[in-house]
Design a protein around this ligand. Sequence first.
Ligand SMILES: [Zn+2]
Length: 472
Amino acid sequence: MSISRKFSQSAFLFAFGLLSVALGGCADSADRSQKSNIKTTSASKAQNVILFIGDGMGVSTVTAGRIFVGQEQGKLGEEHVLSFETFDNVALVKTYNTNAQVPDSAGTATAIMSGYKTNIGTVNVEPGKELQGCGDIPGKPTFAQIASDGGKSVGIISTARITHATPAAVFGYADSRDWEADKDIPEKVIDYGCQSLAAQLVDADTPVNLALGGGAKEFSDIQFGAWDEQGENHVVVKTGVEFSALAASDTQDVLGLFTPSHLSFEADRDPAVEPSLAEMTAFAIDNLSARDTDGYVLMVEAGRIDHAHHGANAYGALKDFQALDEAVAIAIKKTGDDTLILVTADHSHVFTIAGYPKRGNPILGLVSPSDYIAEKMDDDKRYMKAKDGKPYTTLGYHNGGGEVRTPDSPALTDNEVQAREYRQQVAVPMYSETHAGEDVPLYATGPGADAVRGVMEQNEVHSVMVKAMGLE
Ligand SMILES: [Zn+2]
């Protein structure tokens, strides 16, 4: 008899009531007294702001990522504390776009960077101001522009193409997020003077001093030349070797694009070819803080958490999440109490953690029961079984391109579901797994962090950063 038929919901609730009592005094619970990541600040203004965006990093990704990172360190996992989980201020952020209940990265990044919500697919263009953005700013200036005008240096890092929606919203304006390269600009709008996001990044007026990531194919040789020609301290690097030869203390304006399109998933990255997110973050902080400017702003995007989720590949998403956690840890280490650090997501994904796995169960694995449940099972006690009598995974997606489970689906094995390429099963078949519409978390520490609290509209993140720097 399967466990699902033997157990009522109330029996489960009772079971977990007992479990929580049993685990209450456990030696493996985390030591929350080590709040070393809180910046006890004497500074009233933030000299620097570092904004980390885990693209698609909803709460379920953070929880699964925490367990994944903890288990990689030999812990049970659930008790692990991530680099940013000791920050003193946390809020929930509402992510909808002006015309979309479930948003995309362009609309959400616009909210964060420019302080207003806009239409899905649009980069820093106010609803109704399409085509006005070409040649003039089609809305409010971006946070990076305000910071640059206020004497700050500006850096951007992304594991996606540097012209992709989230990094593009730091510096660019486009009616469509698709306008990454010149060839992507529709013929009918060229007459309006619309420029590609690549062209805007290398323009003499760009607020950006440092850009590291992927997406070299979006730039023409002329555009790479345009970056170089902005001054003697401007340099283009295209390989990991060239990048490692740079000294951050030289404070060069670096455009470093290491792959034609997105950087590799962290799970596949060759460290000799592509720098890690943490390495790029460390370089950027050293480079920007060595400058003779009045502080800096830095946006760091873990862009491929989102892409792995779209592929219904939890392994890939959690490895890229781990890379973000490591990058935040480096930033905490390298900065003082004059730096506001924010960690958030632009939107969530339809990613779930479910099915009563026992404490410490491998997060990517099949669901194994706790002892309390196992002793009531009369058949194979290794795995919990679904109604079809077969095992199931802890992690899953509501929709996407993974296998749709049917009564004829073969029984899953632990080897199979923990493999690099495995795509979790889905309920609704889609070509690509989708974003989700629930709120995302925002973690903050440093000067101005106390404005991060309660339930916030996403565009309020912009004013948190502007006010923290005293740039109102
Ligand atoms: Zn996405």
